[in-house]
Design a binder for this molecule. Structure first.
Ligand code: SAH
Length: 346
């Protein structure tokens, strides 16, 4: 019986208004329910206290609310929180709250597992089971916003799509979720505080530019030399650097938004002068920022973080070429919540 009921949050506000009119009720009732579903993030129809009992029952008979459930929450010594989130079909994804002095960032998942094959990433070892729906992405953000208020006495300030999955391979749902997150009917957050991180799907980067999205773009580059990048991110064979770069130029021309690159420096993989030079060449066409991310070991020592001289070399040469550099320390390592460690282990 319940399988035939529709997910009410798959309806737009207009569709919900029409539904109530079809039921002989007022369109306005649709607004009220919509507000409960999104702004108030109601988990049940029962909670909708300004809606009559009969109407709530009627909704119950027709629809379900597939709200996520935070299954386990782990807190790191550094304040980072990791949620293992259960979806309506029992699958699990993870999301992370990362507090700093000035902000609280939610790191959210866009897919269950990942279809890409980055050799250094724990999520890549999980099969991609399915895409997340917009409401499942939205719910992760709401859960973290609540935790931020509860444990850090302030609302969530930023969102990064750097959890499990490749957001640009679930583009439509990610966009719908961001629409809800940024709309006044939802959380009313500024798109400037949202970063979508991609391993680099050229066609979708161009589409984002055409769609004139207002959020920021980060690209997990890790190497600007094809042979190297293909060894660590094998899908680079399908989406080679020339195509990626062409797509990014297109993005920059249309949006005039600076591009951020995420980059881990590994011993004996990309820690030489030629690697930095290639990166400088790659970035040249637009104002760029490089985030040098600390490597979070996921296994057997096949990958090792480069030494600090190599990191300094990157920093110095990039800065000499007017490229902004930040060195990002990992957070939440003790609970496997850092970049690349999300693997549903607990
Ligand atoms: N698929 C998207 C979103 C995942 S973001 C993307 O690739 O951008 C996760 C970020 O962490 C990416 O920049 C990824 O390259 C990086 N990462 C993956 N494994 C890592 C690890 N073990 N240590 C540090 N960073 C890692």
């Amino acid at each position: 019986m319940s399988t035939t009921k529709k997910d009410i949050r798959a309806l737009t506000k207009e569709q919900l208004r029409d539904f109530f009119v079809d039921q002989g009720d007022k369109a306005f009732r649709g607004n009220q329910v919509y507000e409960w579903l999104w702004q108030k993030s109601a988990h049940s129809f029962e909670a909708m206290t300004n809606i009559s009992k009969e109407t709530r029952q009627m909704l119950e008979d027709n629809f379900v609310i597939n709200h996520i459930r935070v299954d386990t929450m782990q807190r790191s010594a550094d304040g980072t929180i990791k949620n293992a989130v259960q979806l309506h079909d029992g699958l699990i994804v993870e999301s992370v709250l990362i507090p700093t002095k000035t902000r609280t960032t939610a790191c959210v998942s866009s897919q269950v597992g990942c279809s890409l094959d980055c050799r250094f990433c724990a999520t890549a070892r999980l099969k991609r089971m399915r895409n997340l729906n917009p409401d499942e992405i939205y719910d992760q953000v709401v859960a973290i916003d609540n935790e931020s208020r509860l444990y850090h006495n302030r609302p969530l300030s930023n969102i990064v799509f750097m959890g499990m999955g490749e957001p640009l391979m679930n583009y439509n749902n990610v966009l719908k979720a961001i629409d809800k997150i940024t709309s006044d009917d939802g959380l009313g957050m500024s798109p400037k505080r949202i970063v979508v991180s991609t391993s680099g799907v050229p066609k979708m980067i161009k589409k984002m530019a055409d769609d004139e999205v207002k959020f920021k773009l980060a690209v997990s580059l890790h190497s600007a030399i094809d042979e190297v990048r293909t060894t660590i991110m094998p899908f680079n064979e399908t989406f080679p650097l020339a195509d990626l770069r062409e797509a990014l130029e297109y993005w920059y021309t249309k949006t005039k938004n600076r591009i951020t690159y995420e980059y881990v420096v590994w011993k004996d993989i990309n820690d030489k002068r030629k690697d930095v030079d290639a990166l400088v060449q790659f970035c040249k066409f637009a104002p760029s920022k490089v985030n040098l991310i600390e490597y979070n070991p996921i296994d057997d020592g096949e990958f090792q973080q480069a030494n600090s001289e190599a990191i300094d070399m990157y920093k110095n040469i990039l800065e000499a070429n007017n490229i902004t550099v930040t060195i990002r320390r990992s957070r939440g390592k003790d609970i496997d919540a850092a970049c690349g460690q999300l693997a549903n282990k607990s």
